[in-house]
Write a protein that binds this ligand. Sequence first.
Ligand SMILES: *Cc1c(COP(=O)(O)O)cnc(C)c1O
Length: 440
Amino acid sequence: MVIKRGIKLENRNSQSGYLFDRAQKCIPGGVNSPVRAFRAVGGTPRFMQRAEGDRLYDVDGNEYIDYVCAFGPGILGHSIPRVVEALQRMCEKGFCFGAPTEQEVQLAELIAEMVPSIEVSRLVNSGTEAVMSAIRAARGFTGRDMIVKFRGCYHGHSDGLLVKAGSGAMTTSVPDSAGVPTGYTNDTKIAEYNDRAGVENIFKENPGKIAAVIVEPVAANMGVVPPEAGFLEFLRDITKKDGALLIFDEVITGFRLSLGGAQSYYGIEPDITVLGKVVGGGIPIGVYGGRREIMNMVSPVGPVYQAGTLSGNPIATTAGIETLRILRDNPEIYRNLDEKAGKIAGRVQDAGKGRVQVNRVGSLITVFFTPHPVRTYEDAAASDTDSYARYFHFLLDHGIYLPPSQFEAMFVSEALTEQDLEKTCECIEAFFETETSLEE
Ligand SMILES: *Cc1c(COP(=O)(O)O)cnc(C)c1O
C-alpha cells in the first residue's frame, strides 16, 4: 500500500463541493447537524450516497472505512440484509397509523428484557426528545425543579440542558446557546465529570431540591472519558440519600457497551434511562424508561404530559426490533467489538506515543492529541485540535472516515473486517511517521 502525506486541496470541482455550495444556500451551514459541516477540521464535507457493511460511498465515487457509524446507531454496520428486508416488508404495509401497533409492544418488551433498570418505557423520536421528557418525568415524580448535569456531557439540544457552566462558578448557569433565556437554565446546576466533591457541594447547598442528576455513564461527547472507579456508585448513593433520581443518558452507551448498556457493564442501576441511536437501528427514535412507579407519572396514566404524532411508528420500531434481536442472539458481537477496538487503540497508542492519549471503553474510542491522561473536561479541552485536524484529513484522504472533531467518539462496528482494521492501523502509523519526519 502506498501511503502519501494527506494534502488538503479544496476540490471545488468535486460533486461534494458542488453540493456543499448548493446546500449552503438553502440549509444553515449546508448541514442539518453542525458537526457534519467539518468546521472543527476544515475542508469540504463529503456528501454520501450509500453505505454497506463497514463502508461509506460518497457522490464522487470515493469509498471510506466508516468509524463514525452515524455517530452511534451503526453498531452492526450499514445495510444489514435482515434489517433491510424487515423494513421493506413493513413499508409495503404502511408506515404511520396514528394508532398502536404490535411492534411497539415488541420493542418495549425487548428493552425491558435487556436493560436491567427499565420496566416501562415510552418511545419518542430522538435522543433530545427522550432526555427532555425524562427530566419532565423526574420533576413530576419528585416534585422538585433542580437538575444537576456535568460539564462536557451532551444531552441533546433542549433549552434547559444547553449549559456547560458559567466560568468556573458552580452555582450560576449560563446558556451555551443564543436563544435560550437564562430562566430556562436557572435550575440546571453544573458539576465536573469525575469530581465527587463538586457534586457533594451542590447537594449540600440544595438539600431536598434536586429532582435528578443526569449523566452519560461513559462521557462520549467531549471525546470518550470513562467514569473513574466508584464515580457512578457515588452518584447512585448520593442521589438515593437525598431522594433525587439518577438518570443515565445511555443514548450512546445503550446496547453499545453491552446488551444492557453501561448499567450492565458497570453494574449500577439508575432510576431513569434514556436511549437513542442504536435502539432505532439508524431510523429516528428515542426512548425513556424506568421503574413502573416513575413511568406511571407519564400521560395518560399520570399528570406529566408527553405525546408524539410519529412516536413508535412501525418503521422505526421495526428497525429497532431487528437490530436488538441480532445483538441479543449473537452475544459474541460484544466480544468481537471489544477485541477490534482494543487492537486499534493499542496500535494508535504505540504509534503516537508521547503525543496522544487513547481513551477506550468497549467499542468507543477517542484519540486525544495531548500527552496527558484525559479524565476530566479540562483535560479533554486541552487537546491540540490542529493536530487532530491533520490526522483526520490524512486518514480521510486514505479512505478512512473518522469523526470530524476531536471531541466526538470513534465508533467501531461489527461489520469492520480484519483487512480494513489492518489498513486503518497502517495508515495511522504512517500518519505519525510523517508527523515525526516533518519535525526533523
Ligand atoms: C446524541 C445524543 C443525544 C441526542 O440525541 P439526538 O437523537 O441527536 O437528539 C443525547 N444524549 C447523548 C449522550 C447523545 O450522544
